[in-house]
Design a protein around this ligand. Structure first.
Ligand code: CU
Length: 126
């Protein structure tokens, strides 16, 4: 093989390793909402090319306040959607926008952007 071939093999191997790491090994950040104002479970989710933390754990039956801290102007993230709760909210850039809901049943619920490209999860524990 020529040096160019070796480079191609190396680059290919590195790309595969990265994809595997990214999708299977990199830990998706999970955080648990804490008690905030008015007894609601509160957590701030940073919106910047994704949701951070991507998974939020809350308890069933207690009001939840998700504060979306949008730190970009990318049109992708300008809307946040939580279909199971009928929520679709505009997130102004560089502002914190609260979204309130009360989970009545346990389960994992999707949080996405308006085009369903960014993904997060609301995990409701019984
Ligand atoms: Cu999007």
């Amino acid at each position: 093989m020529t040096p160019t071939d070796w480079l191609a093999v190396l680059a290919g191997t590195a790309a595969i390793a990265w994809v595997n790491w990214y999708f299977f090994l990199s830990k998706r950040p999970v955080a648990t909402a804490a008690a905030g104002a008015g007894g609601a479970q509160e957590i701030t989710i940073t919106v910047q090319g994704g949701y951070e933390p991507a998974e939020v754990k809350v308890k069933r039956g207690i009001p939840v306040r998700l504060i979306f801290d949008r730190r970009e102007t990318s049109s992708c993230s300008e809307e946040v959607v939580i279909p199971d709760f009928g929520i679709r909210k505009f997130l102004p850039a560089f502002q914190k926008t609260p979204v309130e809901l009360t989970p009545e049943k346990a389960g994992a619920f999707d949080i996405t952007c308006g085009m369903s490209m960014l993904h997060g999860k609301l995990i409701v524990e019984a």
